[in-house]
Design a protein around this ligand. Structure first.
Ligand code: DQA
Length: 147
């Protein structure tokens, strides 16, 4: 089985971006951690990042028939993008929403997510480890679907 791991805008800057909030782990570190965690479960991981909302929509659309689960950190598009949400509804794959920071402990505008209503579950506030937790959750979800 295959997990598509999608990252939205500004996550390419992890490691140097708002270090107090997001830590010093880089996106390359997170990618390595994801491949390792997926491998432990015998899953393939396709890890991507884009700053563009349209590209995120394109990638979600093309997941249909290709991936079994989507792990999504849509970053700021989480709070703004109905297009991303509609794409997730269209492909109807299980989605696990991830945020490094605890969005509920931050500014009011981060408290609402357009992704959460169409997600199987949400992991936020555990930093880069959230990606590992999401992969563990994806594996459990796929096991449950099999039985
Ligand atoms: C984020 C939280 C968002 O509110 C923010 O816009 C991001 C990163 C996180 O991973 O904590 O860019 O998704």
């Amino acid at each position: 089985a295959k997990i598509l791991i999608l990252n939205g805008p500004n996550l390419n800057l992890l490691g140097t971006r708002e270090v107090a909030t997001y830590g010093t782990t880089t996106l390359a570190d997170i990618e390595a951690l994801c491949h390792e965690a997926a491998g432990r479960h015998g899953l393939a991981a396709d890890f991507r990042q884009t700053n563009s909302e349209g590209t995120l929509v394109d990638w979600i659309q093309s997941a249909k028939g290709d991936a079994d689960v989507i792990i999504l950190n849509a970053a700021a598009y989480t709070h703004t993008s109905i297009a991303v949400r509609d794409a997730l509804s269209a492909v109807a794959l299980p989605v696990i929403e991830v945020h490094l920071s605890n969005i509920f402990a931050r500014e009011e505008f981060r408290h609402h997510s357009h992704v959460s209503p169409v997600a199987a579950g949400v992991i936020c506030g555990f930093g880069a480890d959230g990606y590992r937790l999401a992969i563990d959750a994806a594996s459990a979800l796929l096991d449950r679907a099999k039985t």
